[in-house]
Design a protein around this ligand. Sequence first.
Ligand code: HEC
Ligand code: HEC
Ligand code: HEC
Ligand code: HEC
Ligand code: HEC
Ligand code: HEC
Ligand code: HEC
Ligand code: HEC
Ligand code: HEC
Ligand code: HEC
Ligand code: HEC
Ligand code: HEC
Length: 302
Amino acid sequence: MGALKKKRGGVLFGSLRVMSQKGMKLTVVLVSIFATGVLIFAFGCEQKAGILPSPVASEQIAVSAREALLPELTNDQCVLCHPQQPKTIDASGGKHKYDVGCLDCHIEHPPQGTQAIPECSMCHSDESHYELENCSSCHSDTHAPLDLTLEGEITGPCLTCHPKVGDELKKYPSIHTDMACNECHATTHKKIPDCMECHEKHTEDMKFETCLSCHPVHMPLEITYSDDTPSHYCGACHSEALSLLEANTTKHHDLACVYCHEDKHKAVPPCSACHSEPHSQAMLKKFPECADCHSTAHDLQG
Ligand code: HEC
Ligand code: HEC
Ligand code: HEC
Ligand code: HEC
Ligand code: HEC
Ligand code: HEC
Ligand code: HEC
Ligand code: HEC
Ligand code: HEC
Ligand code: HEC
Ligand code: HEC
Ligand code: HEC
């Protein structure tokens, strides 16, 4: 965050001390507002009518009148007229509760000041996240800054804090790359979706963690698997390979798919990866294909 650029008290109407006396409150407030209005109206009329004082002088008079007559407004007085915002800040203000007060943000107050509502950039600058448009589309209530509204399709803003995820999705194109982040991470920040909200399982016994063991979600086509992956997972799509191997009576029958097809989907090992010199060179010169005598790895003839 940038340093707090501005910090000063606000000034409202007079009589705030009186105001805190019960019973008097409403009357005094109304009188105060009325009086302030009259003050401004009066100066305004003088200017329009071209009567003394000049516009510059009248502004100076207004300022000094204000400063002379009106005591500084303090943070604990706001609640007298604005009960809701202090309540919200108290419950969900986060760092806006502890690190700043009402007057750090609301540096002026109507009708005197026009800067009643602060720009976020007054305090938050110099990071890409703080260059975004329309902060309040997500931070919908500044008094509860982390109660986020994440509606519509959001991607770019997420990347201001999660650039690595964006890089990954881009580097490994898949249909997930074309989706908005919050199509999956919906409604609340940090929500992790279950794959089964959108997909069928390959086999009934798979769980969310199982999916992730093969598909890194931001690059789902970079499929890798560990050496304890059960063969029936593969069999969900390769039923012929599975049934041939299950029916086979050689020692290949006992091997898991991933024992031979290691680590990465579609990897196919040569027989020589495991059987370096099974027969004499002379014989292999005559019959170069293992398959000539042994058929395939799945349907091995011993
Ligand atoms: C005596 C009652 C009173 C007190 C005390 C008071 N306000 Fe207000 N405030 C009002 C009224 C009335 C309005 C509406 C004025 C208007 O719309 O012209 C208002 C409006 C506002 C607005 C909205 C301005 C806008 O442009 O929408 C803000 C922000 C605000 N007050 C903040 C504060 C803060 C912060 C404090 C304490 C430092 C405070 N007020 C103390 C009566 C009060
Ligand atoms: C971190 C800055 C910040 C702090 C601290 C803060 N406000 Fe606000 N306040 C805003 C902004 C910005 C708005 C404009 C509406 C919005 O974005 O929530 C606002 C709006 C208001 C309004 C106008 C009504 C409304 O909700 O739109 C009032 C009244 C108000 N604040 C009072 C207070 C009071 C009282 C406190 C202290 C208890 C306070 N604010 C603390 C930034 C702040
Ligand atoms: C007067 C200064 C000030 C203004 C104006 C201000 N903030 Fe902050 N805000 C802070 C400070 C100080 C912190 C705590 C330090 C930090 O996280 O950078 C903070 C923290 C936050 C946080 C994190 C809260 C937490 O509990 O972790 C969010 C979100 C936030 N601000 C959003 C906003 C938005 C959106 C606006 C404009 C509508 C805004 N702020 C205006 C001073 C301000
Ligand atoms: C598309 C939604 C979105 C928009 C737009 C947005 N934010 Fe955020 N903001 C977030 C999310 C999500 C977080 C992370 C909250 C968390 O950590 O729980 C966040 C966190 C923050 C934080 C606190 C943490 C930090 O690392 O800085 C501040 C301050 C903040 N935003 C300020 C702003 C300001 C200022 C703007 C406008 C310039 C803005 N945000 C626009 C979604 C948004
Ligand atoms: C202002 C910075 C900021 C913005 C913007 C932001 N995040 Fe985060 N995000 C964080 C931080 C900080 C964490 C916590 C990181 C940690 O715990 O290691 C986090 C964590 C996460 C997590 C992980 C939760 C977990 O269990 O590990 C997800 C998912 C996430 N964000 C998604 C998003 C999405 C989607 C968006 C856009 C809508 C977004 N974030 C916008 C700062 C941000
Ligand atoms: C919010 C919905 C959603 C969630 C959650 C989701 N996906 Fe997808 N995914 C899709 C859509 C839509 C497609 C494209 C249509 C299809 O193939 O079903 C897709 C496609 C895929 C593809 C094929 C990619 C391609 O480019 O051909 C894989 C693999 C995939 N998802 C795996 C997963 C895994 C694993 C998870 C959980 C970690 C997951 N998905 C979570 C919506 C989702
Ligand atoms: C198809 C659904 C889907 C999409 C689209 C998606 N995510 Fe995720 N994301 C997930 C799932 C599921 C996890 C949990 C993965 C895990 O635990 O390994 C996750 C984890 C995360 C995490 C925490 C772990 C990490 O890798 O840092 C962050 C941060 C995150 N996503 C951000 C994003 C952002 C930013 C986007 C958009 C650019 C995005 N995600 C797009 C489903 C998705
Ligand atoms: C043993 C590894 C493995 C596991 C575990 C796994 N998948 Fe797959 N998945 C694959 C392979 C391999 C493909 C085919 C990729 C191709 O077409 O090149 C695939 C394809 C997909 C596709 C693309 C559409 C299709 O059916 O061809 C989706 C969607 C998908 N998986 C979702 C999931 C989900 C959800 C889970 C968890 C229930 C899951 N996967 C678990 C390996 C796995
Ligand atoms: C979701 C379906 C699915 C799952 C699960 C799956 N595969 Fe595949 N596999 C495919 C598809 C689709 C192809 C591409 C077929 C083609 O190119 O004709 C393929 C291709 C292959 C190939 C390469 C074939 C060739 O001709 O080069 C091998 C080897 C393979 N898979 C092994 C496995 C193993 C081992 C597993 C389990 C760890 C597995 N597959 C899980 C769908 C799947
Ligand atoms: C990833 C390693 C691996 C690959 C690749 C592989 N095998 Fe094997 N093969 C084995 C193992 C392990 C055995 C059992 C050895 C033992 O128990 O003595 C075996 C056994 C055999 C046997 C003896 C079967 C029996 O029941 O006595 C033959 C014949 C054989 N392999 C042929 C092949 C052929 C032909 C190929 C290529 C199409 C091939 N293998 C690919 C690992 C592999
Ligand atoms: C003993 C090692 C070994 C085992 C165990 C094994 N394979 Fe293969 N697989 C191979 C070899 C070697 C090839 C290349 C074709 C050949 O020479 O037999 C192959 C080819 C394939 C192919 C592409 C051609 C075809 O036949 O469809 C797929 C798909 C495949 N295997 C899937 C599987 C699956 C699924 C399993 C588990 C049910 C499995 N494999 C078990 C070694 C093995
Ligand atoms: C001309 C037919 C023929 C060809 C070609 C052939 N084999 Fe064999 N292989 C056999 C016969 C017959 C046996 C069983 C008798 C034996 O142990 O010599 C055998 C046995 C084996 C065994 C088991 C050896 C043991 O000690 O248990 C392996 C492993 C093997 N072959 C691998 C291969 C590989 C790999 C190739 C291709 C490079 C291949 N064979 C080519 C006929 C062949």
